[in-house]
Write a protein of this length. Structure first.
Length: 156
């Protein structure tokens, strides 16, 4: 941890690297799960259902654009949370709450309570990216390398 925090890179670069390291594996699993679900649905002969839902242009746009944007926003919010709390369990619990709106949207879409359209997905991508950029700016301001380094050295 000490060499990482002492590297001569900007805090934004450090947090972006952290976001990529934390977010890319989850995003890859999300896409892999989507593909497995598609393959299973198509394999069981639910072609019409798959084309109406998971293969619709809005879903494909959501998976290609909204999923990465939500991943980046979530990681940035968790960076903010982890820089403010001292307990890993508290950060994990707060992070779990962040997932609830996404679950509600997913269940609403599956149950046809929320119909995704391309304009809706594009608007959501723009809104989430704006929030993610705001969160990154806030995370950069709140991230204190020296404080983290001192706490880490004291806990060793």
């Amino acid at each position: 941890l000490e060499p990482l925090l002492a590297t001569p890179i900007a805090t934004g670069e450090l947090l972006l690297g952290k976001a990529l390291a934390a977010g890319v594996p989850g995003l890859m699993l999300t896409w892999a799960s989507w593909l497995v679900t598609l393959a299973a649905g198509l394999g069981f002969g639910a072609t019409r259902v798959m084309h109406a839902t998971l293969l619709s242009p809005a879903w494909i746009l959501g998976m290609a654009g909204l999923a990465p944007a939500l991943t980046f926003l979530t990681v940035m919010v968790l960076v903010i949370v982890s820089s403010r709390v001292n307990d890993v369990r508290a950060a994990t619990q707060i992070g779990g709450i962040l997932v609830l709106p996404i679950i509600v949207m997913f269940v609403s879409q599956i149950s046809r309570g929320l119909l995704l359209s391309i304009p809706l997905v594009l608007g959501a991508i723009a809104a989430v990216l704006l929030l993610a950029l705001i969160a990154m700016g806030l995370a950069v301001r709140l991230f204190q390398r020296e404080t983290i380094l001192v706490r880490w050295k004291q806990s060793r």
